[in-house]
Design a protein around this ligand. Structure first.
Ligand code: SF4
Ligand code: MG
Length: 323
């Protein structure tokens, strides 16, 4: 059962030198209660896609086509891209919450973390008493490992990890069905990162929300995701169950990414990586955008655009691994 369906989504950045296709023809399902990891090098369109889904894009970014459909547990499907301003206010927090790359960007620096949770509750649950709001914020903070007395702390008084936990507590305030996390732990040290990620998994078990989790760190994503989608040059090039994708990647780019990152467990493998650099979105290579870097490229690759069919977008792949 899907909680969110993205179909044929396109996002351009308009500039004086023309349109840059940051996201092109992306179709993606987020299943109820799953953690879907979105990976790819920087500039692959991950954040733009997530911002488009959350209706957080700002000019010069423009949605050029496609649809985003949200399925409530009950009731008719919601056309997210068609939501008007007032509807969008209700949709955010209650149905979908976002935790940004830097908690400093999601938190208000001049307001205590307790009052930031209180604000969300006060605005969105008008009938809730002050006492109930205080109890709820204490509960939320404790649930993410922050003691109740920290309610009165300002963001700058907390460590980076605590700030990120506070941002997660605020996102959980209205029990949303979907949480989008855009590199939520990148700025933190590895041990803190892993702690928080495992906690997100535990919270997911408890509350049942689905997570769209974005990072360029594929090994981290493998640890916490149920399924993974890999993006390259604005397109999804492979999706799959995290374990299956790890064991038998089918797209040459996925294979390269997997070899680019050291494993957290087990023997170290040679880091083959991927030669070259990500393409300039203003002048993408013809055909398969990955072809100049692909060691499996053949004749058709510079003229034919591979379609995601159904889980991998590579002309070479007819259901076989590339290893
Ligand atoms: Fe490589 Fe060709 Fe597949 Fe693109 S379509 S990933 S260039 S083999
Ligand atoms: Mg980003």
């Amino acid at each position: 059962m899907n909680v969110l369906e993205v179909r044929g989504l396109g996002v351009d950045y308009l500039s004086s030198s023309g349109a840059v296709h940051a996201v092109a023809d992306v179709s993606l399902d987020l299943r109820r209660g799953e953690i879907l990891g979105l990976a790819g090098e920087s500039g692959s369109g991950k954040s733009t896609l997530a911002h488009a889904i959350g209706r957080l894009l700002r000019p010069p970014a423009t949605i050029t086509g496609g649809s985003v459909t949200y399925h409530r547990a009950e009731g008719p499907p919601v056309d997210v891209l068609g939501l008007r301003r007032e509807e969008l206010r209700a949709f955010r927090w209650r149905e979908l919450a976002v935790v940004f790359q830097s908690a400093m960007n999601s938190l208000n620096p001049v307001s205590t973390v307790g009052s930031q949770i209180d604000d969300v509750l006060r605005i969105h649950v008008p009938g809730m008493s002050r006492k109930a709001r205080v109890e709820r914020s204490v509960e939320l903070l404790q649930r993410v490992g922050i003691s109740a007395d920290r309610r009165r702390s300002y963001p700058h008084e907390l460590s980076g990890g605590m700030r990120q936990r506070a941002a997660i507590a605020i996102a959980l305030a209205l029990n949303p069905e979907i949480i989008i996390m855009d590199e939520p732990t990148t700025a933190l040290d590895v041990v803190v990162q892993r702690d928080i990620l495992h906690e997100i998994r535990a919270l997911r078990e408890e509350y049942g929300f689905a997570v769209l989790f974005i990072t360029h760190d594929l090994s981290l994503l493998m640890e916490i995701s149920d399924r993974i989608a890999i993006m390259y040059a604005g397109r999804v090039v492979e999706t799959g169950n995290a374990r299956a994708l790890h064991k038998a990647p089918r797209h040459p780019y996925t294979l390269g990414l997997l070899r680019s990152f050291p494993r957290l467990h087990g023997p170290r493998e040679e880091l083959l990586g991927i030669p070259g650099t990500p393409p300039d979105l203003r002048s993408l290579p013809s055909g398969c955008a990955f072809h100049p870097r692909c060691r499996f490229a053949f004749d058709a690759c510079d003229s034919t655009l591979p379609r995601l069919d159904p889980d991998v977008a590579c002309l070479l792949n007819e259901g076989k691994g590339v290893q």
